[in-house]
Design a binder for this molecule. Structure first.
Ligand SMILES: *[C@@H]1O[C@H](CO)[C@@H](O)[C@H](O)[C@H]1NC(C)=O
Ligand SMILES: *[C@@H]1O[C@H](CO)[C@@H](O)[C@H](O)[C@H]1NC(C)=O
Ligand SMILES: *[C@@H]1O[C@H](CO)[C@@H](O)[C@H](O)[C@H]1NC(C)=O
Ligand SMILES: *[C@@H]1O[C@H](CO)[C@@H](O)[C@H](O)[C@H]1NC(C)=O
Ligand SMILES: *[C@@H]1O[C@H](CO)[C@@H](O)[C@H](O)[C@H]1NC(C)=O
Length: 499
């Protein structure tokens, strides 16, 4: 994929000048873009179709006045819209709906958004307001499906789950964007005195072809069939896969061992190929899991004595309808896994944990729960509360679970389970599954030296305290004893993992 920009008098000149020289004169190649890619599943197509070549007149939109001008006066399209979201010009749902309409009307045939990692944007999430609702625990429940009660992700615009028949790219190199604005926008296309610019106009050409089409089944079938002369099959699409990382204490499980599963996720999905920092979702949970795993490692003997194993699982593609946990549950059902469901005593899931100041919410499923499970959940949440210190562990208000891999297990069988998260009935994370989910922008380019440590100290300290409570609670649930945890040690780990 490559962006070129050229002036629209191109055709008038072609006869006159040698081709190479001409292209040097009128094309400028731009670097530093990340493409929105096409995704297919069993039913449908999502993401961006791209184009072999999309040519649009550049329009730069970075304030409400320009937005208004574009709406009322722009008639020289089709346009390539370059959006520069800022605090004063945020990517709101309204703006996105407006852009969606331009795309539908073919007024806009390609979209560029800037992203320099220093954004002052206050909220943005391309996810659904109810992430993963199509295949979750509640999808067949008329009263609770589609988050009728709770919109976890209030700022969600759902763009991640829509299909765009145009290329959409994020531009992340400031000097390249400046070049584009200086040469193309300011010199040629910017309206002067409210008047439309005079020809020739400057246009952007985007090449970002996506070859998949229809749905996953069709694409994979075509991939198998299309062969070139060398007999190699041409790849139209690749299968999205993700490994589940599993580790258990102590060592290999005995059949009679009771198991506590500790879950977290380690991958995220955003609209753009390479821009998926996923700091709060899911890395804060993953880092906490690693810290807990490290702290519990010293207790292997005691766990063994009590016939308990702690199994840690890190899931990959959960953003896509719980891909990994669904596969794992499927394998367990088919006795194709080293743990039997009867062994599972409790599931603890570490969700987004970095967002709150001093409290963590415990979410349990209260819909159709048996008395035994409700009582077990209550006992477990009490235990967490008992072991919490500076960071209070509180019961969340909701009856249903937030998006969590635990739902895949509960779809199959009843088991005590708690999801720990920084939020109550609504995400604190204002950037869920977006390129802005970075938590601490100022840490981005720092080397791991003492200034880094100083700046990330409050966050690492918080994660360490959460990890301490989780470690002590799990240990106590498994052994009925209290474990002293060295927070400084956890702190050293969370720091290293954060980096
Ligand atoms: C709860 O039970 C009702 C009645 O059997 C059923 O319709 C509903 O889908 C169940 N909901 C969940 C979340 O299990
Ligand atoms: C972000 O960085 C770009 C490029 O360095 C700069 O032009 C812009 O002013 C910065 N924005 C903020 C809010 O600091
Ligand atoms: C850490 O690295 C940053 C960025 O290079 C630098 O500005 C800062 O002085 C360094 N701090 C220390 C204590 O070395
Ligand atoms: C880091 O913070 C400690 C105390 O919080 C301070 O003594 C030290 O000078 C700081 N170091 C840097 C490099 O800022
Ligand atoms: C844990 O200890 C309490 C109090 O000593 C006791 O009542 C309970 O039965 C013990 N539970 C287990 C699982 O050993």
């Amino acid at each position: 994929m490559l962006i070129l920009l050229y002036l629209s008098f191109l055709t008038c000149l072609t006869g006159a000048i040698e081709k190479n020289k001409l292209s040097e004169k009128i094309y400028i190649s731009l670097e530093g873009s990340s493409v929105c890619y096409l995704r297919l599943n069993r039913e449908n197509t999502y993401g961006c179709k791209g184009a072999e070549s999309a040519v649009g007149v550049l329009f730069y939109m970075d304030n409400a006045a320009r937005q208004q001008w574009f709406k009322n006066n722009a008639r020289q399209g089709p346009y390539t819209l370059l959006i520069n979201p800022t605090k004063n010009f945020p990517f709101t749902k309204e703006l996105m709906l407006e852009i969606r309409q331009y795309i539908n009307d073919k007024k806009v045939n390609s979209l560029l958004v800037t992203y320099f990692g220093n954004s002052t944007v206050e909220q943005f999430s391309p996810e659904s307001t109810c992430p993963n609702h199509k295949y979750d625990l509640y999808s067949n429940d008329d009263s609770y499906k589609d988050c009728l009660d709770y919109n976890w992700n209030v700022q969600g615009t759902n763009w991640l789950n829509e299909y765009f028949e145009i290329p959409i790219l994020a531009l992340y190199k400031a000097d390249q964007v400046e070049k584009l604005i200086d040469i193309c926008w300011k010199k040629r296309n910017e309206p002067k005195n409210d008047q439309p610019p005079q020809s020739p106009l400057c246009a952007v050409e985007i090449k970002s072809q996506m070859r998949g089409a229809v749905n996953a089944e069709v694409c994979l079938r075509r991939t198998g069939k299309t062969t070139n002369l060398n007999g190699e099959s041409k790849e139209l699409c690749t299968i999205i896969g993700a490994r589940t990382i599993i580790s258990s204490y102590p060592g290999p499980l005995l059949q009679e061992d009771k198991v506590i599963l500790v879950l977290a996720q380690y991958l995220t999905l955003t609209m753009f190929e390479t821009l998926a920092p996923g700091a709060n979702n899911p890395l804060s949970g993953m880092i906490t899991l690693l810290a807990v795993a490290k702290a519990l490692k010293t207790s292997e003997k005691e766990l063994q004595t009590h016939g308990r194993s702690i199994v840690f699982m890190l899931f990959g593609g959960e953003t896509l309808d719980y891909l990994s946990s669904t596969k794992l549950v499927f394998d367990m059902k088919n006795k194709n896994f080293f743990i039997d469901k009867k062994q599972i005593e409790l599931i603890v899931e570490l969700s987004q944990l970095a967002g709150s100041k001093d409290q963590i919410y415990m979410h349990t499923n209260k819909i159709n729960s048996s008395v035994a499970i409700s009582q077990a959940n209550e006992k477990i949440t009490q235990k967490f509360t008992e072991y919490s210190k500076n960071i209070a562990f509180k019961e969340a208000k909701n009856n249903i679970l937030p998006p969590a891999s635990l739902q895949s297990f509960l779809k199959w069988f009843e088991v005590p389970g708690v999801v720990l998260a920084d939020h109550n009935t609504e995400f604190i994370n204002k950037f869920y599954n977006s390129r802005y989910d970075t938590l601490l922008d100022e840490l981005r380019d720092l080397p791991f030296n003492t200034s880094f440590v100083n700046k990330s100290f409050p966050l690492a300290k918080k994660i360490s305290e959460i990890a301490e409570t989780i470690t002590q609670t799990i240990y106590s649930l498994a052994t009925n004893k209290t474990k002293t945890v060295n927070v400084d040690e956890i702190y050293a780990s969370t720091h290293t993992y954060s980096k």
